[in-house]
Design a protein around this ligand. Sequence first.
Ligand code: NAD
Length: 467
Amino acid sequence: MEMEKDDYGAMQAEMRRFFAAGTTLDAGFRKAKLRGLASAIRRREGDILAALHADLAKPPCEAYITEIAESIDAAEYYAARAAAFSRPRRVWPGRTILPARCKVYPEPFGLALVLSPWNYPFQLSLIPLICGVAAGNCAVLKPSRQAPATGRILRELVEECFDSGHCRVVLDAPEAPGAAAEQTATALLAEAWDFIFYTGSPRVGHIIMESAARHLTPVCLELGGKSPVIVSRDADLAVAARRIAWGKLLNAGQTCVAPDYLLADSAILEELVARIQEEFARMLGPAPLQSPDYGRIVSPAAFDRLCALAERCGVGLIADREILKIAPVIFRTDLASPALEDEIFGPLLPAIPYDSLDAALAYIRANPKPLACYLFTRDKAVEKRVLRELSFGGGCINDVALQASGSHLPFGGVGKSGMGRYHGREGFDLFSNLKSVVHQWPTLDLPLRYPPYGKGRLGWLRRLLGG
Ligand code: NAD
């Protein structure tokens, strides 16, 4: 049963009561809930794979690695650490506060809203929810309406594993004719939350932040953008080609950290392009649209957008609108190409030659800070330059996409590609108010700070505090 707009207030009231009862403050409770979720995901693996296939034709191996294994890993990672991350953290008081002691007490914000996208609809919904639960929050998840089968599984899992006051999944109502798209998200955003976690496009990121500003609600925005791959002339081209091709094939290029465009040294560009083409053919075979190891484009609208982009770039596609599949294609172009305007978010890979690394770095710096950046090189000096001179959310040296994987390495964007980090302890802290407290001695009272200061006090203070 879908919820009416007016019910959201009642839902929030129930969840706030649950939160106020203090149950979620018990780290043992959180651990048990997260362990339960991990077991439920394992038990429902077949249904989850079927849903991801229905929504995006995700091949089971790909879906298992990028959605199921990631989610189980996150649930277990935070279950194992919920208690340790919750403990008060001693902080050195510094000269100005000594001899008091300082501690940081992590406490949950309260009620969090998680809005997730369709491209990795399972893990990009569950991992933020897991971080929120690990930190002791109650959470409402609103998955994307463009991945409806996964949305239904998410709701079943959350209903099975959590009390309705603790976590909920709200799904979009089936669209009535003429009804405004995104009315569920809009109605949810009209309510006051204690934290909002959003993953999706930068365009909607603006809307989320404006809504949050009305209530001064803190937000984490996990956005997208154009993530470059730099290939230096000294790179191992065979390995680079294989890894870049793999990163672009994942979810048919609809991955926030997919290689968006290549900047390759002009000395090796032709060879690299040929090798990536060979890898596409090797991985998907002679009939790529029929390959069971390749997913589909999410919707006819997204399919048409990619076809129109290819046409503007003068690139021919092997594509079938009936099954929403587009074969991966790499093409040589230049910086004036329409392919360099917006995030591609599909299996088109423009490759641009550079004559000097300076020029390549200057181009990236002149554009919004990317979510991801990748460098293929064996030259430590090149690696050092790129890491020093470019700002980006995260990336890899000699690989692609892996920085988004696993529970330990913090993940997030910078500038237009987002704000806030999750995964690792950062994911726990993101959903926490880090309450700073000075524990002063009850009776020991140094007179130095109190007036009248008198002659000579400044000298004492300088010696004690000025170093
Ligand atoms: P989207 O912004 O269309 O939708 C994401 C969520 O926002 C959905 O839950 C949707 O219901 C909600 N939403 C959409 N329009 C809304 C509106 N007008 N008002 C309120 N809520 C609204 O994003 P998408 O198309 O699903 O995802 C693609 C984008 O997401 C790409 O730019 C991609 O790079 C980015 N992305 C980023 C990450 C990351 O981790 N940084 C991960 C995946 C995708």
